[in-house]
Design a protein around this ligand. Structure first.
Ligand code: COA
Ligand code: MG
Length: 299
């Protein structure tokens, strides 16, 4: 399998309190239908997570393709997965990012927003990437054992035997649960199929030679079986970020050229390729309205 250039960017929302000019700048570069979607979020936290995801995608595509930042155009497929529409493609040729030799996926949870992206050659066989991030915490009210019972159907018996190892305390079991959750999500997000997959038939065997810690992250020896068949065309990375977050990247028909960690980017990095445009009063009004949204209470 060919090795591909991989991008792993992370944004930590807890380090950023947007000013009105920053928000106006960010909102002015995203597509109008995304503005409408964002405004429907009740909490400012969700609004900003999703907004940062859009900026990460734009930066990734513009950087890798050379297409001017403002011209990058995204659409969503029938299940909501965003893809890049390369300039010059006609209505009938709107192809997904992978055929343009770029594949990317965004995930956000808590204060983190991640983008994993991969760049190949035009003549590579079709390939793709999916990613997911989860905060390693549980405050669902029920006991963890009860929560695991409710989640029984989401994991295979082999996965449960690892997650529920009796010699491990609840913290370790929760971490194992979240690792498997991220792996499954990254896999289904590459496929773009959401929850239509029978999750019990997808069974991951995580790397047991090392505990997942920031220092050794990413772990790359995780394997997948579907209905008992080894999925040899897939490769997985497991990351631990900021102690509290685990993340996974699923690579289909491609391999990253390195095993690097996620790189934390700043707001300025996300908009550096955008030209300053004349202030649009409707965007300023939109942002003022967004800044009135309530904030989630964090633990
Ligand atoms: N496939 C892949 N990526 C998608 C997608 C899809 N069908 N739809 C949207 N996305 C992208 C978007 O960039 C989206 O960001 P946006 O909401 O700001 O537009 C981002 O992925 C969302 O990813 P994430 O933050 O990880 O959200 P999620 O984990 O809540 O949602 C979906 C993931 C979108 C695939 C979700 O709809 C879903 O169906 N999840 C499966 C649920 C489940 O039962 N999982 C069990 C795992 S054990
Ligand atoms: Mg997710």
């Amino acid at each position: 399998m060919n090795k591909h250039i991989c991008t792993r960017w992370a944004f930590d929302l807890s380090t950023w309190t947007p000013t009105l000019p920053q928000l106006t700048h960010a909102v002015s570069v995203i597509q109008p239908e995304e503005r409408t979607r964002l405004m429907k979020f009740h909490f400012i936290d969700d609004f900003l997570s999703s907004l940062i995801g859009r900026l990460l995608m734009r930066k990734f595509v513009s950087t890798c393709s050379g297409e001017p930042y403002h011209q990058v155009h995204f659409e969503r497929d029938a299940r909501g997965k965003p893809y890049w529409v390369q300039q010059g493609q006609g209505e009938g040729q709107k192809l997904k990012g992978t055929t343009n030799a770029l594949s990317f996926n965004v995930s956000h949870q808590g204060s983190l927003v991640l983008l994993a992206g991969i760049r190949g050659n035009k003549d590579d066989p079709e390939f793709g990437i999916g990613t997911d991030v989860m905060k390693i915490e549980y405050n669902g009210g029920k006991s963890l054992a009860e929560f695991f019972r409710l989640m029984q159907s989401k994991f295979s018996p082999q996965e449960w035997s690892y997650i529920g190892r009796p010699q491990h305390n609840e913290g370790a079991q929760l971490k194992a649960f979240m690792r498997h959750w991220c792996l499954k999500e990254a896999y289904v997000k590459e496929l773009g199929v959401g929850i239509t997959v029978d999750l019990q038939k997808i069974s991951f065997a995580v790397d047991t030679t090392h505990p997942l810690e920031e220092a050794v992250s990413p772990l790359c020896a995780t394997t997948l079986r579907c209905n008992g068949t080894p999925m040899t065309q897939w490769h997985f990375e497991e990351h631990l970020l900021s102690h509290k977050y685990c993340a996974a990247i699923a690579f289909r028909n491609c391999l990253p050229h390195d095993n690097a960690k996620f790189e934390f980017v700043r707001f300025e990095d996300l908009i550096e390729q955008s030209k300053a445009s004349a202030e649009q009063p409707d965007v300023v009004a939109y942002c003022k309205q967004a800044l009135l949204k309530p904030q989630k209470r964090h633990s």
